[in-house]
Design a protein around this ligand. Structure first.
Ligand code: IPM
Ligand code: MG
Length: 356
């Protein structure tokens, strides 16, 4: 048993299903604390639509301050049709907190669990070699943060895709180091046949690869990478790519793994304080109905324990509990198939907590 430790966790529950899934993760974290003798202190902070309603802005300064003072941040989801026409959308809060905390690297693992094979849209034949890919997405640069321009008369708009060598180097390093702990293969995804920013990306990755002689680096254009994920997903180990390409490819890889409701992510920067969140959105259509799948948030909390707090056994206990509950055939509606036991968000979280 590890030494008793105390950690401060900022909770950004957000909008839609956000509060339900974060509460589910807290139920599981509390079970971990109890079993391993740790103390997790939680502070709720506002971001997204709920912050707009309460304070007029999607990312209040207080939220940034509390997150910065915490050991890590656990996030549900933000956004919803209610705020679509606000001058500042809820998503601006998410981009703002990523930038404010300097979280330039976003790790999005997609693993096909055997229990969920039927939930994948791919045929068995395409899945026979499995799927275990880590998308390493650059998170604080590129077109998400480039200059935006709008014609006064509304006749055009533009968004700038811009990367510096330094930005590519630091995310590339994360990809190579991640690969060193896995199968030692990095596919760098770009559009270097068209974009200068991608040519710089490719050149920088080639340069960096010299520092990691054990890792095999290859390059793929993003359109081909999308196709390759759909026809032969097992070929990938680590994918390293830009903010926008990573956004798109990680939705695709998560769908292949069965459901976007299963997949976690970690956003990290220079310090140990990271932000952990499911890769799915706020699903306003099912909010408040106890139908959401809390597993992505629960396994995001496991990533937090492992990557920010160094609690490896505890993280494994969560992942094992998730597997156990899936093996007992419990399923939330998004991953339900005939013959399984359908449960809601609360019950799924309680079952996982019970199996810690
Ligand atoms: C994600 C989301 C966000 C993104 C949105 C909500 C701004 O799609 O985390 O993948 O595009 O980064
Ligand atoms: Mg996305």
């Amino acid at each position: 048993m590890t030494k008793m430790s105390e950690f401060n966790i900022a909770l950004i529950k957000g909008d839609g299903i956000g509060p339900e899934i974060v509460n589910g993760a807290v139920t599981v974290l509390d079970a971990v604390a109890e079993k391993y003798g740790h103390k997790f202190n939680y502070t709720d902070v506002l971001m997204g639509g709920c912050a707009i309603d309460a304070t007029g802005v999607p990312l209040p300064q207080e939220t940034i301050d509390i997150c910065k003072a915490s050991d890590s941040v656990l996030l549900g989801a933000v956004g919803g049709p209610k705020w679509d026409n606000c001058p500042q959308r809820p998503e601006k809060g998410l981009l703002g907190i990523r930038k404010a905390l300097g979280l330039y690297s976003n790790l999005r693992p997609s693993i096909l669990k055997p229990q969920l094979k039927d939930a994948s849209p791919l045929k068995d034949e395409k899945l026979k070699n499995g799927l275990n890919v880590m998308v390493v997405r650059e998170l604080t640069g590129g077109i998400y943060f480039g200059e935006r321009k709008n014609a006064e008369d509304g006749s055009w708009a533009s968004d700038e895709e811009r990367y510096s060598v330094e930005e590519v180097k630091r995310i590339g390093k994360i990809a190579f180091e991640t690969a060193m702990l896995r199968d030692k293969r990095v596919v760098s995804v770009d559009k270097a046949n068209v974009l200068d920013s991608s040519k710089l990306w490719r050149r920088t990755m080639d340069e960096l690869a010299k520092e990691y002689p054990e890792v095999t680096l290859s390059h793929m254009y993003v359109d081909n990478a999308a196709m390759q994920l759909a026809i032969n997903p097992a070929q990938f180990d680590v994918i390293c790519t830009s903010n926008i390409f990573g956004d798109i490819l990680s939705d695709l890889s998560s769908a292949i793994a069965g459901s976007i409701g299963m997949l976690p992510s970690a956003s990290l920067g220079a310090s140990k304080c990271g932000m952990y969140e499911p890769i799915h959105g706020s699903a306003p259509d099912i909010a408040g109905q106890d139908k959401a799948n809390p597993i992505a948030t629960i396994v995001s909390a496991a990533m937090m324990l492992e990557m920010s707090f160094g609690l490896i056994d505890e993280a494994k206990a969560i992942n094992d509990a998730v597997d156990k509950v899936l093996n007992m055939d419990y399923r939330t509606p998004d991953i339900y198939s005939e013959g399984m036991k359908k449960v809601g968000c609360k019950e799924m979280a309680a079952l996982i907590a019970k199996n810690i």
